[in-house]
Design a protein around this ligand. Structure first.
Ligand SMILES: [Zn+2]
Length: 611
């Protein structure tokens, strides 16, 4: 999710920095006498347009660097990023000047958000270190984007992340899966020394803002004390854990049948057998998990291919869902400027993302779309960001953001939960939907993605928080990674690992420095949102059969929350859409209740959990 503006080039970026340094100096005057409300207002009135301008410059440079990876675009983007970070850090520090002042609520909230505005990457004030930090992050992202595993006798068949993902999804050849799994994990060891340095520098930046380390800074972004937030996560994980463990036990037993002698009866599952290079979503092993078929059923990938739906048309399906709820269509520039297809002639960061390049209406997605059901859902996910961004654009700059980052990630997924068989029939993709006897198949497919994801979503930042705090030193980076994967996911590395490896780096969000807890939150929130919107739509049946397609009342309820942006603490936004003030995992449990019942029957006599 980038934010945005144009390639000013090195000279202009340097000039901007000089100008800003001078402006910062001028502001130091007023110190000494206690600040006033009027000064706080003036400070914010000047800060917001400056941040907007630099954010736009950074967004444009970043867009170009991710859609045309070269040494030059990387450098230009790093410079724009550095310019934004430098000013953000400076303003964040200045904001503390008003800490003791009694202020109107909106000013107080803006100052708080300003102090957090350097998330995800606070930088040291020393310009040399700042430059080093932003260059390291750009470099790591570039290494990931260009990452390839070359196989075959002469290493001539080179697989990028999409090709790797395809093989992990489709192959059932144990040795091939193992080879590709090991191969992809060779892209990241070169990142290790850089990541170590990255941690030092980013921590230094966090400490300059008076946070103990980068992890504590990230955890402060949830309208509650960092420890209370960590406790909330534990509470939510304990709510969903029995559901996850039931799914895990059944999938493990199914894989043991498919790969005789290769899967332990009571231990963790080998990480390369779950249909995904990170074992984060397991939908691709659906055919192996033995759900009794009640008829032809349907496979979204096959439906899309059979109807010859192309990349653009997939995006149009997503857009039409939002317009059916009462939202305006996307602007023409969205269609002109987005990247939908992997270019043949240059390197790009294929990892899907949504952009609001000018913090206004220059919305875009960047995605190397493949004609699959998985990408159909991802498109809805990305468009959720775009519609959220457009809904809060009338807000002041500092309030243009998700109620928290988990909300931002949850919107498109909430919509995708309404992509039911009934909906697919309504839009002409499915001739005749299966009756409710097909529910078990539908729920299992979804659980393999959404429930399987939960512990993965939780552990990425558990690892980073420990790394940032120093609890996990560089000498234990990889060991600690696998301890967490065993503890939460119950999966294990399929090949011996050592500290020569850097397996966290083989997951995009680590080299790209994107915080990850948002995805765990989003996976809980989307079901809570779905339950609330279905209630608003007057739907009374089982939650998994509800689609809010074309329901204007549900759309209006959603819009009310989106338009708030981050102008209020997130419990207020949650209240606006659900009438509830606490994040609640009972919605996901309700949704999958019929599946849980079936899993419990299958698991009779089996070991639950892993040692
Ligand atoms: Zn997202």
């Amino acid at each position: 999710m980038g934010r945005s503006s144009i390639g000013s080039g090195p000279a202009l970026a340097a000039a901007v920095l000089l100008f800003l340094a001078a402006a910062a100096q001028a502001q130091v005057k007023g110190e000494g006498s206690p600040p006033t409300v009027e000064q706080a207002r003036e400070f914010l009135d000047e800060a917001e347009p400056r941040l907007l301008d630099l954010s736009n410059r950074q967004g444009r440079a970043d867009w170009v660097s991710q859609t045309y990876i070269t040494d030059d675009t990387e450098k230009i983007s790093a410079e724009a990023n550095q310019a934004l970070i430098a000013v953000t850090m400076d303003l964040a520090k200045q904001a503390t000047r008003f800490d003791a002042l009694s202020l109107p609520e909106d000013l107080r909230r803006k100052l708080t958000l300003l102090k957090l505005a350097a998330i995800p990457l606070p930088a040291p004030s020393d310009p040399k270190r700042q430059a080093e930090l932003t260059e390291i992050t750009k470099w790591m992202e570039g290494v990931y984007g260009k990452g390839k595993y070359c196989r075959g006798p002469n290493r001539t068949e080179c697989l990028d992340v999409n090709a790797v993902s395809r093989i992990m999804a489709q192959s059932r050849d144990y040795d091939e899966l193992l080879d590709v799994w090991k191969g992809w994990h060779t892209i990241s060891p070169p990142m290790r020394p850089k990541y170590e340095r990255f941690v030092q520098l980013a921590n230094q930046g966090a400490r300059e803002l008076a946070y103990p380390d980068l992890g504590a800074y990230w955890r402060s972004n949830y309208d509650m004390p960092p420890d209370a937030f960590a406790a909330e996560l534990d509470r939510l994980w304990n709510q969903v854990r029995p559901l996850y463990e039931a799914l895990h036990a059944h999938v493990r037993a199914s894989l043991a049948r498919a790969y005789p002698g290769k899967v332990p009866e009571k231990g963790p599952i080998p990480a390369h057998l779950l249909g995904n290079i990170w074992a984060q979503q397991w939908g691709n092993v659906y055919p192996l998990v033995g759900v009794p078929s009640t008829g032809p059923g349907y496979d979204l990938t096959e439906l899309l291919k059979a109807r010859k739906v192309d990349e653009l048309e997939m995006v149009r399906y997503g857009e039409r869902f939002f317009t059916s709820l009462g939202f305006e269509p996307l602007p023409a520039t969205f269609w002109e400027r987005s990247l939908f297809r992997k270019p043949r002639d240059r390197e790009v960061v294929c990892h899907a993302s949504a952009w609001d390049v000018d913090n206004d209406q220059d919305l875009r997605i960047k995605m190397c779309i493949e004609i699959t059901g998985e990408d159909f859902v991802t498109i809805h996910h990305e468009l959720g960001h775009n519609f959220y961004q457009r809904a809060y654009r009338p807000q002041p700059f500092l309030f243009r953001g998700g109620a928290n980052d988990g909300f931002h990630e949850a919107i498109g997924d909430t919509i995708a939960l309404s992509v039911t068989p009934g909906y697919l029939q309504q839009v002409g993709l499915l001739a005749k939907p299966p009756g409710s006897e097909g529910d078990l198949e539908f729920l299992m497919r979804l659980a393999l993605d959404k429930v399987a994801f939960l512990p993965f979503g939780l552990l990425i930042d558990q690892w980073r928080w420990k790394v940032f705090s120093g609890e996990v030193p560089p000498s234990r980076y990889n060991a600690a990674w696998w301890e967490l994967r065993r503890k939460y996911q119950g999966v294990d590395a399929p090949a011996p690992r050592s500290e020569q490896d850097f397996d966290p780096g083989a997951k995009y969000h680590v080299p790209a420095n994107v915080p990850y807890m948002r995805y765990f939150l989003a996976h809980i929130l989307q079901f809570q949102f779905h339950r609330a919107l279905c209630r608003e739509a007057g739907f009374t049946g089982p939650l998994h059969q509800c689609s809010i397609y074309a329901n204007k009342a549900a759309g209006a309820r959603l819009a009310r929350m989106l338009e708030m942006g981050q102008s209020r603490p997130w419990p207020d936004a949650l209240y606006a859409i659900t009438g509830e003030r606490q994040i609640d995992a009972t919605a996901i449990l309700d949704y999958f209740a019929p599946l849980k019942k079936w899993l419990d029957e299958q698991n009779k006599g089996r070991v639950i959990g892993w040692q």
